[in-house]
Design a protein around this ligand. Structure first.
Ligand code: FE2
Length: 414
């Protein structure tokens, strides 16, 4: 199949993408591709082609567990609901709810999701459910699963054992939550435990790290230092790190030294942290996000996640990564034209790097996985909220959309 006349990743020149046997076999300027049989050709007519969206942070065990009409929309109401609800879930209910959220994202061009699954319950029902769903949906989406100790590694009895059990069951990554541990000593020790376990098992790490406005929260420095010493920074992710939005510039300057050396990845979750953080503030109110621009400019890898979809912590969300970027750019003061144009990286290539994906990207030899948007470049995609017209995976169209058409009916004006 030849997908003709595409603007690949904001390029100014039109290209044709030839796929065969589920792979991209040729990418060439449009005027240099021989015309083929019409039923082997799709004319994209100057639309933007990107590698598929990556949602690098999503909680699929909590999604659709609460009626949005009951949501109080705060961190504390979310925790209170979840800690009383989580023991009542069944494998069937987790799979049904998670599938709803995954399919909503797939319809919007997402093909890779890293999901965090709470391992605090005595029975790992949600973990079993998500592992099964991962296998069932692998043709349309790659799920990567983090064993997430919602109430701490050391501060919640049995969580070390449950993380290790989850890894043996098939979980891909070790989670952590240093700012929720009882003491700062526990916080540092929990990060050492996670890094040692990753070295021993070869698994990835993704920590809910300093998701607080407390400017004395120091999980990140421990995680980065231990990752640096172990030489595994590229397999380690610090999610949220919202405390960095409250650190003094002097401390951030010191911290940046170990962050840059460690080469760990970062995930910001603009929609959710913009509304969850700053709740202790009267005025001025903090934005509650990590330092996206500063980390990016220091050469560190930052991606964006949806985090929550209609769950106890967030009553909205549908897996639309353009919406996530749109909000993130506003919250992070990244509204220069070039910031907007290149912001697709937060939900594509940067996310792929965080997830340690191989063979990702619109390039010859890679799997024929890409999306086509109803626009010519990503500036237009963000400002006009362009639809994902096609999501193509292994050369097959797995999702498509009909663009919205608006018509002016004001007679006599035009
Ligand atoms: Fe999260």
């Amino acid at each position: 199949m030849i997908y003709r006349n595409a603007y690949i990743e904001n390029q100014k020149q039109l290209s044709d993408i030839t796929t065969e046997g589920g792979r991209i076999v040729r990418i060439a300027p449009s005027d240099q591709t021989a015309t083929k049989n019409a039923n082997e050709t799709v004319d994209l007519g100057g639309k933007l082609v990107l590698p598929p969206f990556v949602d690098s942070h999503l909680h699929l065990d909590t999604t659709h567990t609460v009626d949005p009409a009951e949501s109080r929309g705060t961190l504390w109401s979310g925790i209170a609901f979840w800690s009383s609800y989580r023991d009542t879930v069944t494998k069937k209910s987790v799979k049904e709810n998670a599938k709803k959220a995954v399919l909503s994202a797939v319809l919007r061009g997402v093909q890779h999701i890293r999901t965090h699954v709470d391992i605090c319950p005595a029975r790992l029902t949600a973990m079993e459910a998500l592992l099964e769903l991962k296998d069932e949906l692998k043709k349309i989406v790659g799920l990567q699963i983090v064993a997430f100790p919602q109430e701490g590694i050391l501060s919640y009895p049995g969580n070390k054992e449950r993380i290790e059990t989850a890894l043996k069951m098939g979980a891909d990554a070790i989670g952590g939550v240093p700012h929720y541990e009882y003491t700062r000593e526990y916080a540092a020790e929990s990060m050492k435990y996670a890094v040692d376990l990753a070295v021993k098992t070869g698994k990835l790490i993704d920590v809910h790290c300093d998701e607080t406005d407390d400017d004395s929260s120091r999980g990140l420095e421990s995680l980065a230092a231990f990752a640096l010493e172990a030489g595994i920074g590229d397999r380690v992710t610090a999610s949220h790190t919202t405390a960095a939005g409250s650190y003094s510039d002097a401390y951030m300057n010191r911290l940046m030294r170990v962050l840059v050396k460690s080469k760990i990845n970062f995930v910001a979750n603009p929609l959710v942290n913009l509304h969850l953080q700053g709740r202790f503030d009267t005025f001025p109110k903090r934005r509650g996000l990590t330092r996206v621009r500063e980390l990016t400019e220091a050469g560190l890898n930052v991606s964006f996640g949806q985090d929550d979809v209609k769950d106890p912590w967030y009553p909205m969300g549908n897996g639309d990564m353009i919406n996530v970027v749109h909000t993130g750019l506003h919250a992070c003061h990244m509204t220069a034209y070039d910031d907007i144009l290149s912001s697709y990286k937060f939900v594509t290539v940067n996310g792929a790097k965080t997830l340690n994906l191989r063979g990702y990207g619109v390039a010859e030899g890679n799997p024929a996985d890409f999306i086509v948007l109803n626009c010519a470049d990503f500036y237009e995609a963000v400002s006009e909220r362009a639809e994902v017209l096609y999501s193509i995976r292994n050369g097959e169209i797995i999702a498509s959309a009909t663009p919205c058409r608006r018509t002016l009916k004001a007679a006599g004006l035009f």
